[in-house]
Design a protein around this ligand. Structure first.
Ligand SMILES: Nc1nc2c(ncn2[C@@H]2O[C@H](COP(=O)(O)OP(=O)(O)OP(=O)(O)O)[C@@H](O)[C@H]2O)c(=O)[nH]1
Ligand SMILES: [Mg+2]
Length: 423
């Protein structure tokens, strides 16, 4: 057991402003403060107190108002907390003003999420994306930075670009951003080549999407031998993992796990993670994984759906996986309907149903057929191998018989060769 575990944990007071003039995604609520606490714990910190202030509009100087700032200051002093984390996005001048009054480091939700991503990023691509997001977040704030930049040592909000890097001038950071973008572009090119190969092989892509901690990685592990870590914490997965999945005897797909979503995801992160999230653009089917037992389920569904709308192909079919049904006392209030599947990924309940639904959904876009090509037209075989899934090839006296799963388009072009075309 680690003795000093507690001593390295940073304590923070969490603050949120609920202002009438804010848009819903800008405002803080009790629920978003609870989520901020979960984010803080994920980052390795401890919450000393949560303060929610209601105002008509933000105070031009102290954001939450003089009286409330004093209350936060008292809480900081009595608890010995060294951080004040705001649920709302703060401007550089707001951060500077608040740090002057509160005399501790002030962070906002975006900085905290970026910090978690910096801790979690494992692959080269993930690290590049997080670093890019951090620099893009920092750049406009640079001139206004007070304490946050001068903090020594590690701790929440300081991971990622190192202290010395932060002190260098804006031009240096701009150059660095350009370099990171170029490196990411190179990564994207490699992906594009891989994707082209997949398109040629006509393997449909199914992507798991959903709120963080909903159970996406658990489902991928259940269905394939991916062995992706699936822990009970936010943003466990940052990198896309793709595995082949045999859905049925005649359908194979690629199943991808993706980064989880959360309310108020910093737009720098979404932008920086385009390479990873691009996976959604090319998917043929989305599995929206939902923690059915979460009291804020409907809010989470709305957040994910609005991000799907931004990031995925319009009109893409979506199956909703109501996961963690085992944690619900009463599952009768789950929506019923073909696109909704109750399940418990941890024990495997509902997985067969999921496979059936995947097949049914994709089947309307795919044709499972048997062609018979006369030997002098066997050239079509090559095209089938390139653009469809060939399941069986038999050389019979009347020609080459090919059993395949192919797209609507290819089906249209080759339907004249269907074995049972007459019947
Ligand atoms: N009770 C219960 N727990 C589950 C179920 N499915 C997953 N979990 C747990 O929920 C937690 C999160 O699961 P993950 O699969 O890591 O979730 P994720 O959506 O990949 O999360 P991120 O990668 O962090 O976005 C883990 O502790 C899982 O064991 C389920 O059906 N029932
Ligand atoms: Mg995961």
């Amino acid at each position: 057991m680690m003795l000093n575990d507690k001593s390295v944990q940073e304590t923070a007071v969490l603050v949120g402003l609920n202002a009438d003039c804010f848009k819903p995604e800008e405002t803080a609520t009790e629920q978003s403060l609870d989520e901020l606490e979960a984010l803080l714990e994920t980052a390795g910190g401890v919450c000393a107190a949560k303060v929610l202030q209601n105002r008509h509009k933000p105070d031009p100087h102290s954001f939450i108002g003089e009286g409330k700032t004093q209350e936060v200051k008292d809480l900081l002093e009595s608890s010995g907390a060294t951080l004040a984390i705001f649920d709302n996005d703060l401007s550089p001048s707001q951060i500077r003003a608040l740090e002057e009054i509160l005399e501790v480091t002030v962070l906002d939700r975006s900085a905290l999420i970026l910090d978690i991503f910096a801790q979690r990023a494992k692959t080269a691509e993930g690290r590049l994306q997080v670093e890019l997001a951090q620099y893009q977040y920092l750049l406009p704030k640079l001139s206004g930075m007070g304490k946050s930049l001068s903090r020594l040592g590690g701790g929440i909000g300081t991971r990622g670009p190192g202290e010395t890097k932060l002190e260098s001038d804006r031009r240096h950071i701009r150059e660095h951003i350009t370099r990171l973008k170029a490196e990411l572009e190179a990564v994207r090119k490699v992906r594009a080549v891989q994707r082209e190969r997949r398109v040629k092989n006509a393997v449909p892509v199914v992507a798991l999407v959903g709120y963080t901690n909903a159970g996406k990685s658990t489902i991928l592990n259940r269905l394939t031998d991916a062995d992706v870590p699936a822990n009970n914490r936010l943003f466990d997965t940052l990198d896309t993992t793709t595995r082949r999945l045999k859905v049925s005897d005649h359908l194979e797909v690629l199943l991808s796990d993706t980064v989880g979503f959360i309310a108020k995801l910093p737009h720098h992160l979404i932008k920086a993670f385009t390479a990873t999230l691009e996976e959604l653009q090319y998917a043929d089917l989305l599995l929206h994984v939902i923690d059915a037992s979460d009291p804020h389920r409907e809010g989470h569904i709305a957040v994910v759906e609005s991000l799907i709308e931004k990031l995925a192909k319009p009109g893409i079919p979506i199956l909703r996986c109501y996961n963690k049904a085992d944690l619900m006392e009463d599952i009768s209030n789950l929506p019923i309907g073909e696109a909704n599947i109750p399940m418990c990924a941890r024990s495997g309940i509902g997985m067969d149903e999921l496979l059936t639904r995947i097949e049914e959904t994709l089947a309307t876009r795919l044709h499972h057929v048997i062609f018979l090509f006369p030997y002098h037209e066997a050239g079509h075989l090559e095209r089938l191998h390139e653009q469809a899934q060939v399941l069986r090839t038999d050389y019979t006296p009347s020609g080459v018989e090919v059993e395949a799963v192919c797209s609507e388009e290819l089906y249209g072009r080759l339907r004249g060769y269907l074995k049972d075309a007459e019947s």
